[in-house]
Design a protein around this ligand. Structure first.
Ligand code: HEM
Length: 425
């Protein structure tokens, strides 16, 4: 792997992406709270004040733009893929992926491709991976940390999703060090969506190298696996055999879809892991409760998804004229759905600003909603619950390191903590 981008170090690539998606210092929760009280709809590009890209890429700012803040409105948009479409993403973020980018598909095409892919990610399939995931997390990571009595858990969090996905995808396990290269490439792709003109050319060049590097690496695996008879219960094996209404996936589609999974499945899970652990360690009394009753980990993850969603907004384009709160939104407009606001809408959630794992179950939008809802959410939850369980089992008297700053969840587009310093006995 002599390719220039091979030099890209994982931690450096991650912090470059964090810088890009962190945006201005504005407190996005507070800005949204004020906006909800002024008006449920904002006429204009609400996101621009945060200095982060949307997945419209260079199309951002080229169409009339509106933002929505209330739970019911965000749900109405995300659930209706016919009126609110995603095709524009193909020219924005999707331009880096050339190939099967399900996120940017609409209508029947999306429905068919999603039906092909979904079985590989449903709980019945995913839960079979649990023993393998538990073993990797415990033996390769947590047990090895034990003698140190302290760690920045984000170092583990950064490697966790890619190491797990690497195994589940069906890559040969003879060279596990490759997964770091894959992860760095995946991050360079996400980082390609740069909006700072001074950094844009270099970011795109790196993204281009990463797209090619990943394609070649995955093509080796996919072509070989097809030649060997497309066996196996892993993601690549399942995709090679997938069939729906007579449609199957060719090698190029399997390669490009698998490639798109690495960015989708990587740092999102890292961020959620960091937020779950931070809220677990900073909410009074919660650690003891969860330690004693591990079934609460599901509630912990669901409430974290509501309270601090990793992705703060989703953009759609209107396929016809629509109206919200007396404002007519013309066909061909961008609608910015402020997930972070809807998840704390006082009309939808009692004490919305309180982190409360005991609240009544209700959908929130941290994994999206409707036809594009995250296909990998069960994988992400499985990884995080396996990691939390391992940490609680193996690190005695775990607590935040009192000599270090308390981690703060921040970021205008992608939220998370940058460090998670902990100690144990
Ligand atoms: C905590 C971790 C994750 C978060 C917060 C997250 C978040 C999201 C969100 C918000 C969407 C909806 C996008 C939209 O409506 O435009 C989405 C879609 C998607 N996610 Fe995730 N995701 C996570 C983990 C994963 C994992 C582990 C995988 C793969 C195994 C994955 C694969 C996908 C794919 C393929 C889509 C597109 C689905 C479609 O367009 O039909 N994600 N994700």
């Amino acid at each position: 792997m002599s390719n220039e981008s091979a030099a890209l170090d994982l931690a450096t690539a991650y912090s470059a992406v964090s810088d890009l998606y962190r945006g201005t210092e504005l407190d996005i929760h507070e800005v949204c709270r004020q906006q909800r009280h002024i008006s449920p709809i904002y006429e204009g590009d609400f996101i621009t004040q945060f200095g982060v890209p949307t997945n419209a890429g260079t199309k951002q700012g080229t169409k009339p733009t509106y933002a929505l803040f209330k739970y019911q409105d965000v749900m109405a948009v995300l659930r209706d893929g016919a009126t609110y479409t995603s095709g524009f993403i193909a020219e924005g973020l999707g331009a880096f992926f050339d190939g099967l980018i399900i996120l940017a598909m609409d209508g029947d095409e999306h429905r068919k491709v999603r039906a092909l892919l979904q079985p590989a990610f449903m709980p019945e399939t995913v839960n079979k991976w649990r023993p393998q995931i538990d073993q990797v997390i415990r033996e390769e990571y947590i047990q090895k940390m034990l003698p140190d009595k302290k760690a920045d858990l984000m170092k583990f969090g950064l490697e966790l999703p890619i190491r797990v996905m690497y195994a589940l995808m069906g890559f040969p396990s003879d060279d596990p060090s490759k997964y770091k290269q894959y992860a760095a490439w995946a991050l360079a792709i996400v980082g390609g969506n740069q909006i700072d003109p001074a950094k844009m050319d270099e970011a795109r060049r790196q993204a281009g190298l990463a797209v090619k590097g990943l394609y070649d690496a995955l093509a080796d695996v996919v072509v070989k696996r097809r030649a060997e008879g497309s066996q196996g219960d892993d993601v690549v094996g399942r995709l090679l055999r997938a069939e729906y209404e007579g449609r199957t996936l060719d090698d190029h589609e399997v390669i490009t879809f698998t490639r798109s999974l690495l960015p989708a499945a990587g740092e999102t899970t890292t961020r959620m892991f960091g937020s779950v652990m931070t809220l677990l360690l900073t909410t009074p009394g919660l650690l003891e409760r969860v330690k004693a009753d591990r079934t609460l980990i599901n509630k912990l993850m669901d409430e974290t998804t509501r309270f601090e969603p990793v992705a703060t907004f989703k953009v759609r384009e209107t396929a016809k004229e629509v109206e919200f709160h007396g404002v007519k939104i013309p066909k061909g407009s961008f609608v910015q759905c402020m997930v972070i606001s809807a998840n704390r809408d006082e009309d939808a959630f009692e004490n919305a600003d309180k982190f409360d794992i005991d609240r009544k179950t209700k959908p929130s939008f941290g994994f999206g909603f409707g036809p594009h809802m995250c296909i990998g959410q069960f994988v992400a939850k499985l990884e995080i619950s396996s990691a939390v369980n391992a940490i609680l089992d193996l690190l005695p008297n775990l607590r935040l390191d009192p000599t270090q700053p308390v981690p703060v969840i921040s970021g205008a587009q992608l939220r998370g903590v940058s460090k998670l310093p902990v100690i144990w006995d």
